[in-house]
Design a protein around this ligand. Structure first.
Ligand SMILES: [Zn+2]
Length: 103
């Protein structure tokens, strides 16, 4: 079961990294001289910024979860060291606290 989770984490990581790379490549493309196009570009950039920001945040959580896997800490509550309910992990694969400590 743990390998399945780890595979999922890696798959998700690759997917997010590609998204981040694509957005960063788009940022680098530069801007057009046309003013009306610039307005559209600014709006797009705002949306892109948000997606970029969220993808980066999620990447950080995934990296953290993968590191926990490598240290045999995945699925263990970081606060009380009890095992985290597997159903909770299924819904929140990056979580590192049990339901009691998350409150
Ligand atoms: Zn706990």
């Amino acid at each position: 079961m743990n390998n399945v989770i780890l595979n999922n984490l890696f798959e998700k990581k690759v997917e997010l990294q590609q998204r981040v790379d694509a957005i960063e490549a788009d940022f680098k493309k530069g801007r057009s001289a046309d003013f009306s196009e610039q307005t559209t570009e600014n709006e797009n950039n705002e949306v892109l910024n948000e997606i970029h920001h969220e993808a980066k945040l999620e990447l950080g959580l995934i990296n953290h979860a993968i590191a926990r896997f490598e240290n045999d800490e995945y699925g263990i509550c970081s606060q009380c060291t009890e095992a985290i309910n597997p159903d909770r992990l299924k819904v929140l694969p990056y979580i590192d606290t049990c339901i009691n400590c998350a409150k």
